[in-house]
Every structure is written in structure tokens, then in C-alpha cells.
Design a protein around this ligand. Sequence first.
Ligand SMILES: [Zn+2]
Length: 342
Amino acid sequence: MATTADSSGPSAGGVVNSWERDSFIGVDIGGTKVAAGVVNDKGEIRRRSKSPMSTHETAAEGVRSVVATIDLVLENDPELKRSLRGIGICSPGPLDPRTGVIINPPNLPCWRNFPLAQEIGRIYGVPVKVDNDANAAALAEGIWGAGRGYQNVFFAIIGTGVGTGLLFDRAIYYGRTGAAAEGGHMSLDYKGPRCGCGKLGCAEALLAGPAIARRAQAKLASDQKSAMLELAGGNIDQVTSEMVGQAYSAGDAVAREVLMETVELLAVWLGNIVDLLEPDVMILGGGASAMLQPLFGEVRDRLPRWCVNTRCQEIPIVGANYGNDAGIAGGAALVAQLVQQS
Ligand SMILES: [Zn+2]
């Protein structure tokens, strides 16, 4: 994979690099690549870069991947370097968000108890924060996105897995050791399918994209009259959650059945969330959420059956503002909040 950078600054008046008072760099570390972006104090992403992530070499090699990606977005812009107030990094966990130490992520074997925040801070001389992607993305939505103006936010990314983040009084809630807000691993069915975490019937095992695809595949095994099968080239095993969404949009009855079950499960989960937390807003991001967004009204209609809160339907259920850029915006939000507090 090539290392790439693109500049998408504003073109109005020909001013490309007119940075606001403060700018932040958000870094999104994945299992194969690392992305970085410059974010201004309004939460707008102005530049992006992407490089391969060296995950299986030494700790220093891993750091070099991150530094190369950051250097790429800073390249040839002294003004930007002067306005840089901090760097925030989303990394796979487990990690300690308070110390910025990466503990032992299975897909980042290069780092074991590695002080990533300290290392990157030493190189760039600015504050550095590290957190998992769901916490960070929740904060970006709270400061700049769909949660703006709300005090208490429930945020979920529903994609290939389910990650959640909680904002109480506009700050990330961490729990005793930083391990709180694993809402994707709340069990909704103790006899349900086994989740990747080992538990049975987790929200992730029932609501994530692969779970939606599995339900569709099971239905197709007995009812073959569906556009999903055509989309998958006649091979049931190839049916994906995206195909369920496409077939639903085209009026397919089997796809509708699959999505209505998903909507019901989402109502069960969010009903529990409302009864426990009564947040001011519930924000759903990620690919599967985007597919389900036309059905959020349906989720709200079903909520009272799964919730004792008589005012549960007053709580907005909305899509996230940041899509694929959630990691970059989230990383930036972690340090933007530090600056705003100081
Ligand atoms: Zn689980």
C-alpha cells in the first residue's frame, strides 16, 4: 500500500492553509494501516494521510509507522506546525487511556505495555492522548457532531463489531480502570450465539454486520426467493449485511424480515441502555448503522415494549456525523478537549 497524503483545505479566497487558532492531529491505528488527519477547532478535517502500519516488527518500527503518517500531514506547512495543540491517537485495546500505555492488543503484537503517548509526545513536544476508537468517536460526536449541545451521550459504532462510548457531562466515562462502556458485550440472550469475546448473545453477536448476514443466510437456507441470493451470485455463504440493505431498499420481503428482527434486537438493547442511563441522545455510527438508519423511527416505535421509562421516545436516536473519519476526528477530540479545559 502506498503512503498517501491529500489536502482538502477550503478554497474560498484561495486560502488553503489558514489554520484557526488551534489545530489538532487525530491518528487512527488499525491492524494494517494508520491514518492521520489535521482537524481544526470546529472539528473539520482539513488534511489526511495514510501509511501501512508495521504491527509485527519491533516497538520502534510500530512508532515509525505512526510518525511517518503524522509527518506526512504536517509536511511543508510551518503555520500548521505552529498552531498544533496536540495529537490524539485511537488504537486497538486493551490500553490505559489515563497513562497512554498500550497494554497487549492481539492485532498489535509490536507493542506490549508500551508508553505510546509518552513516545509520541517526546517526538513532537505537544500533549498526546490515547484511547480506543469508540470512546474517542463518542467524544468527537459530543464536541462537534451529532451530540453537540447534549450533556449525556450514548454512542455506538455498529459495523463488523459493536463498540460503545459514554459521555457524562460531556466527558468520556471510563469506570474504575478505564474498561467501562463495553455496551457491545452486554448479553441480550443468554442462550444466543457465541460472541468473539466468549460470552453468549452479546449485542455484538446479534447486531453487528456479520450477525445480520448470518441471519439472512439462515433464512435463505429455507426460503430461496430473495434478491439477496441474486446479489450474492446464487451463493448463500456470500450474502453480506450490505446485500441485506440493498435488497431491503429494493422491496425484498426476506431482507425486510431480517432487518425487522435486527430492529427488534436494537430496540431491546437500547431499551436496556435507556433504563440504565437515560441519556440525552443516542448516536449510532458504523456501516451497519448507516444501513439501518431509515429504520431508526421503527426502533423508536418499538422502544416502549423494552423499556420502563415512559418518556423513552423523547430521546433522539440519530446517525453519527463522522463516518470513515470517526477515528481521525475522535483522536483530535481527545486533545481538543484538553485544550478547551485548560
Ligand atoms: Zn461479546
